[in-house]
Design a protein around this ligand. Sequence first.
Ligand code: CA
Length: 224
Amino acid sequence: MRILVVEDEHKIAHALKKGLEQEHFSVDVVYTGTDGYDFASTGDYDVILLDVMLPGMNGVDVSDRLRKDRVDTPILMLTAKSELEDKVAGLNSGADDYLTKPFAFEELLARIRALLRRPPVAVEDELMCSDLNLNTQSYFVSRNGKEISLTRKEFALLEYLMRNKGKILTKEQIITHVWDYDSDILENTVEKYIGYLRTKIDSPFPKSKKLIQTVRGFGYKIFV
Ligand code: CA
């Protein structure tokens, strides 16, 4: 899981990065609101930690602009005690939660984990690739009208591929988004699960096109 930290106080920013990396998150740090906005709108983050008082653009404006651009990455706002009214503004601007500084690191971790468990704001229930359908609410998967039964992990992998259909996804991206930070990932784990998926969604349908494609040297993609 990737976290973007937007915090202008270098000491706090580095402490957060170090602590979160020890918890197996991958962490990028930027120090201005403008950089925060740029990174958050172009990078692939699972959570954003956003300070309110920032040079360039303040945290409330960053959050506001991101939501207007339909970037729905969960945002945890960090506010100083003296900025109580910012909390209200922050939550109105589309932040998902806030934490008052100074805070205990354990509390921050708990909030981050809660946000990671939350489903994205704008989820499509029904994903479709060619004649393959996946319903994220009922967990029903079918191809050409025929039900396909998947394990939880296979489902998560297929959902991630389908949400990004047509895009090449690297193994690292797949691991980051599909596996927990504390699971044991072996080098061939992704290949193994791609293999399981193929035997369930491609092999039984010889007359349909093969949906899961290996892009040698890059990763995998699912056809639109
Ligand atoms: Ca600040």
